[in-house]
Write a protein that binds this ligand. Sequence first.
Ligand code: GAL
Length: 432
Amino acid sequence: MKGTLKKFTGWILVLVLALVPLSACSNSGETNSSSEGSASKEETLDIFSWWTGAGEEDGLNALIDLFKEEYPDIEVENAAVAGGAGTNAKAVLASRMQGDDPPATFQVHGGSELNDGWVVADKMETLNDLYESEGWGDKFPEDLIDLVSKDGDIYSVPVNIHRGNVLWYNTSVFEENGVEPPATFDEFFAAADQLQEAGVTPLALGDKEPWTATHLFETALLGTLGADDYKKLFTGEMSFSDPKVKEAAENFKKMLSYVNEDHSSRNWQDASQLVADGEAAMNVMGDWAKGYFVNDLNLKVKEDFGWVATPGTDSMFMVITDTFGLPKGVSNPEDVKKFLSVLGSVEGQDAFNPLKGSIPARVDADLSNYDEYGKETIEDFKNASLAPSLAHGSAAPEGFVTKVNQAINIFVTQQDADQFISSLEDASGDLK
Ligand code: GAL
């Protein structure tokens, strides 16, 4: 344990130094405080996430409002740090945890990010008693409980399930160009050629934050390998030198040949915006993009934009789950549990998810709150082969994900598949 802790401490430091750009420092100073009155910092319930601004914070605010209605005497601070997929927040969190200044509760992806990260570092309290007192044992899918458990103990509460393998398209652009939603890579490439000939950017990408390219790559990996082999990559049962991984890299490379020229200066919202405006036809992004389309850009589901699973992943579901837990050493653990009980309630999930774009983690949410996309995705989740997201921390430890992000960043500019595969193989030493 001591050895693991030491190793963990080491990479936390590396991560903090490597990942906190100057901009994050100012972001962290600009937390979205929604606290009122003069409660001391000790008593304040600071909720740490990266849900700020466009397409990200509406759901969180709805959840906080619900909590405040139920517990008006507890001061809440929305301590979000801007940056998609936790680009800056994760480093700020690491430094707070390192300095024994944990937030009351923080956003963490179920799977490796929670279990091999904070739980192994002995930074989290177990929540078995909360699950028992709330009667949650059968209220979350077993697969999800597994993602937030280690050695039989439960460490966090999932607020949602996001689907990562979604290809969004502008319906008018498709109609005007006589393009059908593609299901396979071949269909995707044919559609992309047709769009390109018509002068439309086929695929929007915004990889100013490199995780979006990793996100695109993991969907290519899933679509090329299938869910079983994809999972084997992270358990060590399949090597990154397998020819199928090379094939996935080639598919990814070909997809990159259809993206907007200014991809490296855009973030995910800017890329989604290209599709919304009809300047690009398609975009691969998790369904937080739906929250952005509908709640920020006022687009209509199915009328203005449509969706299909990314090429080759029709009956598969790339799972991303945002969860919140109870860090060790907080001064108000009972208040944190009250917040978690609201977050895990049907009302909490139904306040949050319709705005966030995700589906509820609970199995008994009220379907009438969800639009056509939500209803369809709830059904798909029940029937699909599930695969944990790499880009969003479920499949593999943070150290590995960081190296993959770097390798992908290089691949996007240099496009050398052999070099890319060998970087992935090198990084795979970080997988247990
Ligand atoms: C993911 C997270 C989502 C969304 C997205 C973009 O990692 O799970 O909830 O925030 O990043 O920022």
